[in-house]
Design a protein around this ligand. Structure first.
Ligand SMILES: *[C@@H]1O[C@H](CO)[C@@H](O)[C@H](O)[C@H]1NC(C)=O
Length: 402
């Protein structure tokens, strides 16, 4: 009798549907977080969402899928003491997606540490190279591996998909004898019209980035330059009319691509439209002291204050986002990968959700990864998901030899 009952229980357990995937989104009330949730709901309909943030989502242009809200504010100067309380809060989650930027001047990766402690998978959209270096230099990846935690940092559109596009362009070049890179040089070009609909967030991030040193690879060594001091011209294909004047700006995919592939020269440049926006950045860079540019609260304040102007400009210039990566082989062959999306905010959400799905499906092995260091299978699956032209606002996607 007892064994029959046990058998019945076992049968019920086997037949019951897999428990839903609990996705926690830190900063889910913000535009990037909300856009990620909308995209991930489409990719993974069985996921449930919990938003962690200062305040519940309000006044978003598109509504969010059903979700739970948990009040949580990231401490201004996080320390070891903050890890355990956050880990306790995160323990029911399958995955934490951290979109609560800006990441500039953060050096203690509290949400990632809490996830490793709680045994929860992790993803973020960190665009601060110094923080990525901090994360990569310790034994955090080893600790994550021991806990069975899969984590990807800098997993948005750029940084994130830009590194995957670089790898795809490099794959077209004649292969070099491993471990040498097939490319002797990789250039990242980024273009966003207005704020790409992302509003004050990207403006405050850009102000912070202007004061952030630009880390590049030159002839196999890391070199630090001053942001917005070097100019380069580029066109972005048929969907982006005209040539753009780009200026050097830091992007973690520059550092991580050189690190993971051994490419000796890697650099990144950025332009926005209208050109007066670029000039405004140049002016701010010259007139505003570095300490103020690096002041997160002040720059967020300035960006929010300028919000009506930002919105107006966005209406006029659109929100197109373009990434173009050019890889050059030592023998001179060149390959290019390009991704153009009608809206930066949507593009970030789709990219982050595509990385997230790879983790939710259990395909990313335990450890802490940057996109440039993911397995070939992971990288290909994620990029294919992001680049389906005509779906979800992708205007152009092309990878070819030049
Ligand atoms: C890149 O690095 C290599 C060797 O480290 C160097 O020979 C080459 O001239 C550099 N520049 C470019 C644009 O490839």
């Amino acid at each position: 009798m007892l064994s029959a009952l046990l058998l019945l229980l076992l049968l019920l357990l086997l037949l019951s549907p897999a428990s839903p995937l609990e996705v926690f989104v830190l900063g889910g009330s913000g535009r990037v977080g909300a856009s990620t949730i909308r995209a991930l709901r489409d990719l993974s309909p069985s996921s449930t969402f919990t938003i962690l943030g200062r305040s519940p989502p309000a006044s978003l242009t598109s509504p969010l899928p059903p979700h739970t809200f948990l009040p949580y504010t990231l401490p201004a100067s996080p320390s070891e003491a903050d890890v355990a309380p956050l880990a306790a809060l995160l323990s029911p989650a399958s995955l934490l997606i951290h979109t609560a930027g800006p990441f500039q001047s953060v050096r203690f990766p509290l949400p990632l540490l809490a996830c490793v402690e709680a045994g929860v998978d992790y993803l973020d959209v960190c665009d601060e190279t110094a923080l990525i270096r901090e994360i990569l230099k310790g034994d955090l990846s080893e600790r994550a591996r021991k806990k069975g935690v899969s984590a990807i940092v800098s997993a948005g559109i750029w940084p994130g998909c830009s590194a995957l596009l670089a790898r795809r362009a490099m794959a077209l070049l004649p292969p070099a004898a491993a471990p040498a890179s097939p490319a002797s040089s990789v250039l990242y070009d980024f273009y966003t019209a207005g704020t790409g609909n992302a509003g004050p967030t990207i403006v405050s991030a850009t102000f912070l980035l202007l004061a952030t040193p630009v880390l590049e690879w030159r002839a196999g060594s890391l070199a630090e330059g001053d942001a917005w001091t070097e100019e380069r011209e580029a066109g972005f294909g048929p969907e982006v009319p005209g040539r753009k004047l780009l200026r050097n700006l830091d992007c973690p995919d520059t550092y991580t691509l050189g690190l993971c592939t051994g490419t000796p020269n890697v650099s990144s440049s950025f332009a926005t439209a209208p050109e007066v926006w670029n000039q405004l950045f140049s002016l701010s860079k010259r007139l505003i002291p570095k300490s103020l540019l690096l002041n997160r609260a002040a720059m967020q304040g300035l960006a929010v204050f300028s919000n009506p102007i930002i919105r107006l400009v966005d209406k006029l210039v659109g929100a197109t986002n373009a990434i173009q990566v050019t890889a050059t082989a030592p023998t001179g062959e060149r390959a290019r990968a390009r991704h153009v999306h009608r809206d930066l905010e949507e593009a970030v959400g789709q990219a982050t959700a595509s990385f997230a799905l790879e983790i939710l499906e259990g395909k990313v092995e335990p450890g802490v990864f940057v996109p440039a260091g993911l397995s070939r299978e992971n990288a290909d699956a994620i990029l294919d998901r992001v680049c389906e032209v005509g779906k979800g606002g992708v205007l152009d996607y092309e990878v070819r030899l030049l």
